[in-house]
Design a protein around this ligand. Structure first.
Ligand code: FAD
Length: 402
């Protein structure tokens, strides 16, 4: 039976819940708003399937892989690229699957702002997966649903964070030829419980919210902002230096404890494709337009290579050296530090309302205001790249190369 000594030992993927034959494990929210398994001992038969299927307990150090290759890509469809986080790579992979009557699993924000894994079977719904949601997604029964589709012979694409993909591996326990795995390079995931409280605060301020984009590109890819749109069509958009949700996330205040000691940070993965940002595309090829967004992609398997051959016609792309592709990608190798005031923040989390917490921990000081207007001004002048370098922080990663 799974025993959790410390919060950092659970990534919240929920494989244990999906694997339990007695259905006696439930995910319950802790005081930080993250989900952890709770075992109802009366019904537990000590089969140990929960332990045997945990991706952290069954972690495999991935070895060097001679097949691995790397590309930088931009989706040729400009509407898709604009809605996507970086180069719109995921949509092309998903379309390949749907064209073959397959099923695509990814992360969507629902009408009640709940972030979860869902299955999509037609192209009109793929927009739901576009854009990274900076909240830990609830996997629910997506693993068992995916298995049912796989067993029935359907082509399945499953996307998620590296821990969720390793979770699926452990859940399935066998290889499937009809499964395509896509993981993202993941800095960390923020608390769903804090998100719930945060979005309620925004609704109180702005009225009913009809869309949230954590990485909006209206001001360009180099200055991505978080955008909230209300029912009246009003848009509230702010960048990382002042937007409270982004500040809480990127300063390590609301990240899951397991992310600060993530075991799955590696260049070598179980997935077929690893996708992430490429802000410095001109250092690979000056012909790429830096302003629209580019996805870097590692292809880990023969299956991935075959698929890329088919889908490459939908991209502007360039094959690059895999070593160079991962060079200086800190989030791929290092875990971010948790904020030094994180414990204090969560002590107060259940007692205070969100506005109070933000005012206390993330006030809009004069310095923040200066940064915000300076950045907007320089953005207008088209000097975003210089700004990205100026605003880059290097100290917030724990030195723990795997
Ligand atoms: C929580 C999180 C942290 C990330 N951190 C980094 C980082 O530090 N550095 C970096 O370079 N890139 C990071 N990425 C990856 C990056 O944001 C893009 O997902 C990637 O560049 C692919 O973009 P795209 O335009 O090709 O695809 P998009 O169309 O933007 O596709 C998004 C993909 O991400 C999945 N997804 C969305 N939200 C979540 C979620 N909450 N959990 C799991 N999967 C999700 C979707 O299912 C889809 O597969 C992160 C992504 C997430 C979700």
């Amino acid at each position: 039976m799974i025993e959790l000594n410390e919060a950092k030992d659970c990534c919240g993927c929920g494989v244990c819940v999906n694997s339990c034959p007695k259905k006696c494990i439930k995910l319950e929210e802790d005081k930080e708003g993250f989900l952890y398994p709770h075992i109802y001992l009366d019904e537990c038969v000590n089969c140990n399937l929960c332990e045997k299927s945990c991706p952290i307990l069954n972690h495999i150090n991935r070895k060097e892989n001679a097949i691995q290759s790397a590309v930088i890509v931009q989706n040729k469809n400009h509407e898709v690229i604009q809605r996507s986080t970086s180069g719109g790579a995921f949509t092309v992979i998903a379309e390949y699957v749907i064209n073959r009557e397959g099923v695509v699993f990814g992360v969507a924000m629902q009408d009640d702002y709940f972030v979860r894994h869902i299955a999509v079977q037609n192209k009109d719904e793929l927009w739901k997966f576009q854009n990274s949601k900076y909240v830990q997604s609830f996997v629910g029964n997506a693993y068992s649903q995916a298995k049912d589709f796989l067993d029935s012979g359907r082509l399945v694409c499953f996307s998620g964070t590296p821990c969720q993909i390793e979770g699926l591996r452990c859940y399935l326990g066998e290889e499937y030829k009809n499964l395509i795995l896509v993981d993202v390079v993941c800095r960390a995931v923020p608390s769903p419980g804090v998100w719930k409280k945060y979005i309620m605060m925004e609704i109180k301020k702005y009225g009913k919210i009809i869309s949230v984009r954590f990485r909006d590109k209206t001001l360009g890819y180099q200055y991505s902002t978080m955008e909230i749109k209300n029912e009246q069509g009003r848009v509230y958009r702010e960048g990382i230096e002042s937007q409270p949700w982004l500040r809480m996330f990127f300063s390590g205040m609301i990240i899951r404890p397991s992310c600060a000691e993530c075991k799955f940070r590696s260049r070598y993965r179980y997935s077929d494709f690893t996708i992430w940002d490429c802000f410095n595309v001109s250092s690979f090829d000056k012909k790429f337009d830096e302003k629209i967004g580019t996805t870097r992609m590692l292809i880990h398997t023969e299956k991935g290579k075959e698929i890329f051959k088919y889908i490459s016609q939908n991209f502007i792309y360039k094959v690059i050296d895999a070593e160079l592709a991962v060079k200086d990608v800190r989030e791929m190798f290092y875990s971010p530090c948790m904020h030094t005031k994180r414990d204090m923040f969560f002590e107060e989390f259940s007692k205070c309302d969100m506005q109070e917490l933000i005012q206390k921990y993330y006030p809009e000081s004069l310095m923040i205001k200066i940064k915000k207007y300076l950045r907007l001004y320089l953005n207008k002048l088209g000097m975003d790249i210089i700004i990205r370098h100026l605003f880059k922080k290097d100290k917030d990663y724990i030195n723990m190369r795997k």
